[in-house]
Design a protein around this ligand. Structure first.
Ligand SMILES: [Fe+2]
Length: 227
């Protein structure tokens, strides 16, 4: 299997390229517009055909590369079916599969960070978007975020996955590449709570500044990064 993890330093975003092998179909998760050329170079160097590009949610801190990748490769654009981005070519439902040859990802609706966030499970690993971060969780104070939904998505869905499941988030700010469900359950400071109310209390008092690009990124990303 081909599994490449790209990092955007400006927004600390992780992007993932997946394929069953050279010469086969490929899928990209959470692309950043500024790096579309490097994704295309990697696809070409491995003789991969990009057929699907997925965003876990409408990002507020960078402009997605979905539209540009579609323009350049004619791939399908995929998001969960709660997305407000009308031009997505494939809206996937909770528990449905996103398929490319020899690979399938199960879409799992995990709202909380935003009301339309999905995670994607591929055998031993899960792409959690901003629902579950390494040592953190996605803020819940805009884009219809809700700390109680976040608690439910994390505690009743993601933490129920097998302990050894690898966690690949959409961001990391501390140089980590991935984690595991077990590690997050035991060590993530936000998850050491006894109730949803206790978790919501933490989330409602983070007092974070808005992302710098928010007013530009969200409207652009509703158009999948197109103008
Ligand atoms: Fe986000």
């Amino acid at each position: 299997m081909i599994f490449e993890q790209f990092f955007d330093k400006t927004s600390s975003t992780y992007t993932y390229l997946i394929s069953s092998g050279p010469g086969r179909e490929a899928l990209i998760i959470d692309p950043v517009l500024d790096h579309v050329d490097s994704y295309i170079n990697k696809l070409n160097s491995l003789n991969l055909k990009l057929v699907k590009v997925v965003d876990t949610h409408i990002h507020a801190d960078h402009i997605t590369g979905m539209s540009e990748l579609k323009n350049k490769t004619n791939c399908e654009t995929v998001m969960g079916d709660k997305t407000p981005a009308d031009i997505v070519s494939l809206k996937i439902k909770d528990q449905e599969f996103v398929k490319i040859d020899k690979i399938k990802l199960k879409a799992i609706y995990t709202p909380g960070h935003t009301s339309e966030s999905f995670s994607f499970l591929m055998k031993d690993r899960i792409f959690t978007g901003d629902t579950l971060l390494i040592g953190g969780t996605g803020r819940t104070d805009f884009q219809n975020g809700d700390p109680y939904d976040s608690y439910n998505s994390i505690f009743n869905i993601l933490l129920k996955l097998p302990d050894k499941t690898k966690v690949f988030p959409a961001h990391d700010y501390n140089g980590n590449f991935f984690s595991t469900i077990e590690n997050e359950r035991l060590n993530n400071p936000r998850l050491q709570v006894k109730s949803a109310d206790e978790y919501a209390e933490i989330m409602n008092n983070l007092n974070l500044p808005d992302p710098k690009l928010m007013d530009i990124a969200i409207p652009r990303n509703l158009k999948l990064g197109g103008k």
